[in-house]
Design a protein around this ligand. Structure first.
Ligand code: HPA
Length: 240
């Protein structure tokens, strides 16, 4: 499967419309914000289902930015198509996460080195045991260096990609006890798709909720802090 599959039922882009490096975020309007704020020569390649996708230039480098929706099934579809149909080489997801350990503050960056999950997504490969989805080390190393240079507060560690947002099992603090630092809903699916396609992926989260201390980012904090992960992702893209 490759370019014959473009456009897909979910993505109107034709082969060649999408850059080798794609930033993805859950909210398509955040993808539009990134394109409007940071990119020049922008061309919108997708509006199907409102899942906006844009290609433009960041400091002269061609990059794309696209929404992926919420949850592993959604990012699973969009990232699969980017890797396998559009020959995208690397995806950087930028999103929000709830903190599961006390050492994180609202607005901190959390680089997802590995991703635990309760999702069945990996079962399609029929492994006789669990697969441990991990970030591409080169992208992780570069992004961490950039965050350090910019003096953005950050942590690196394991996260939990949950299938449910409204969790009635009250089990999330157990993940924190094992050093799993945050909960979001997509990284494991993205990392599994990257591994299956022989491609690269990284998830960078901003802490929007401190679940241990029950603190939640205000609208102002969200707007002010969420640009840190965008800048780290764009500067990382620039190195390829
Ligand atoms: N759960 C799942 N995903 C999230 C959360 C959360 O508490 N906060 C931000 N993304």
């Amino acid at each position: 499967m490759s370019k014959e599959q473009c456009p897909s039922p979910h993505n109107a882009a034709v082969y060649g419309d999408i850059a080798k490096t794609v930033l993805m975020c859950g909210d398509p309007l955040r993808a539009k914000f990134i394109a409007d704020t940071y990119l020049s020569d922008v061309k919108q390649y997708n509006v199907i289902r409102g899942m906006y996708g844009f290609t433009g230039k960041y400091k002269g480098k061609t990059v794309s930015v696209q929404g992926h929706g919420m949850g592993i099934p959604s990012i699973g579809i969009y990232s699969y198509e980017l890797f396998n149909f559009y020959d995208v080489e690397r995806i950087i997801r930028i999103g929000t996460a709830g903190a599961l350990t006390e050492d994180l503050n609202l607005g901190d960056l959390l680089f997802a080195q590995g991703a635990c999950t309760d999702s069945n997504y990996g079962h399609q490969f029929n492994f006789p045991a669990q697969f441990a989805p991990i970030a591409d080390f080169g992208m992780l190393e570069t992004a961490v260096r950039i965050a350090r240079e910019k003096q953005f507060p950050f942590q690196v560690g394991n996260i939990y990609s949950a299938d449910v947002f409204y969790d009635e099992s009250n089990s999330q603090e157990r993940w924190g006890r094992f050093g799993v630092k945050g909960v979001e809903m997509e990284a494991a699916g993205l990392y599994i798709n990257a591994a299956a396609a022989g491609k690269k992926a990284l998830t960078i989260c901003t802490i929007s909720d401190q679940l241990v201390r029950k603190e939640y980012a205000t609208v102002e904090q969200r707007q002010k802090n969420f640009t840190n992960m965008m800048e780290v992702a764009l500067e990382t893209a620039l190195t390829y």
